[in-house]
Design a binder for this molecule. Sequence first.
Ligand SMILES: NC(=O)c1ccc[n+]([C@@H]2O[C@H](COP(=O)([O-])OP(=O)(O)OC[C@H]3O[C@@H](n4cnc5c(N)ncnc54)[C@H](OP(=O)(O)O)[C@@H]3O)[C@@H](O)[C@H]2O)c1
Length: 453
Amino acid sequence: MRTPVIETERLILRPITMDDCQDAYDRWTSDPEVAKYMIYNTHTSIEDTKGWLSTIDIDSDTDFDFAVCVKDEDNYMCGSCGLSYKKDIDCFVAGYNFARDHWRKGYGTETMQALVKFGTEVLHQTVLESSFHKENVVSGHVLEKCGFEIIGEGNKTKLDGTTPFEFYEMRYRIKPSKETFKLYNGVEVEPVGFGTYKSSEGAVRNALDAGYTYLDTASYYFNEDVVGSEVKASGIARDKIFIASKVWPTQFGYEETKKAFGESIEKLGTDYLDLYLVHWPKLTKDDIQWKRKLIATWKAMEELYKEGKIRAIGVSNFMPHHMKVILDNCDIKPMVNQLELHIGYMQNYAVEFCRKNDIHVQAWSPLGRGRLNEDEIIQKFARKYAVSPQKLMLRFLVQQGISVIPKANNPVNMKNNLDIYDFTISDEDMSFLMSLPERGFSGEFPDLEDFEN
Ligand SMILES: NC(=O)c1ccc[n+]([C@@H]2O[C@H](COP(=O)([O-])OP(=O)(O)OC[C@H]3O[C@@H](n4cnc5c(N)ncnc54)[C@H](OP(=O)(O)O)[C@@H]3O)[C@@H](O)[C@H]2O)c1
């Protein structure tokens, strides 16, 4: 792509050309007060400026170099700016410089804002970098105003290898807004819910205080009464909280499921559920009746849904061959499939099947229940994005449209787990993390479990 023309309120950013040499030389490249903050030495002849401009390839796909002109003074050229792709850091680097008589008039901010807009909206970059001379405090403020943050400091030498100077490196990152996920029946699901399996007393209350609005429980967790009483104690209106529970395989069957549902809502102190899931597809690995029982269970789920007692119905730990039993024999397709999913155990065959059938995928044990805490690769990527390994793991799932329900008894952990929207994992890193060999798997296979006792 050629360097485009960008107009701001007061400026025109247009491709810089060799015809601009004289003006650039006369106005700033020969000024030592400008050059002292820049990577180039003061130009002492027009040839120096020609040499600099001749390195610019205006048809480049990766470097965008602009002359900055003030609009209302007959397109008076007063500076230059650019965005250049740096292979070693896989990132575009933005910079600008202005003639001294154009300093402190807000032109730097206006220019950098235009470069950030171009870099993010046209070049689709989620990260941009820049740097400024440590003594150039004003440039530091300009970059901060444009959303850059200091990420490090170092020493640079001028282009001719002389005069080392200290500089700060800065990074601009798009802050992704919080996604919300919609089930195919229109019900909205929070990307980060709160898992309550083995949660301690008071954890649900703390989670609600921390800002969670989605609670995942199950009859099998034997905590629905605690969840219910902590919801009540929070004083938060029922319709502001999303409550999901599950029917356990020992409760399968048409009548049994209806009874189990009644017991769950009674313990939870509510007259409806936002989501009700079939916890596992079968009771035992040798149960030859599992399909018949599953169909009867699902019929009860469908009826409860049609009666308005459940806002959405779904399954958990279902592989495609389990889901097909429902799809082939029932009226309503599951809206959710809750699966063990985390870096190192992505069950792609099941996730892909759900996506094809518009079934929302939700991750249980999104943190691998602590089994991934010491994983070196996860730690390496967490360091790269300057986040905790847990934040990386949750963002990895949510970025794929998968909601997560991390459990945390520690109030600091539960708060941190909600805060995953200030960074984006690059496509390349997503692909790498997605293809990692198995790690952190619980060992639970839906076709090999026995839940009879
Ligand atoms: N459908 C199913 O079959 C099924 C199966 C299992 C689980 N689930 C659901 O999924 C939920 C989550 O799964 P899970 O409980 O197995 O495991 P998890 O959420 O992957 O991991 C929970 C563990 O991670 C720790 N942790 C949480 N946030 C952390 C942070 N920011 N930094 C460091 N450590 C952190 C917790 O410690 P602290 O508690 O000390 O904070 C806890 O030890 C369950 O609670 C349950 O609701 C469903």
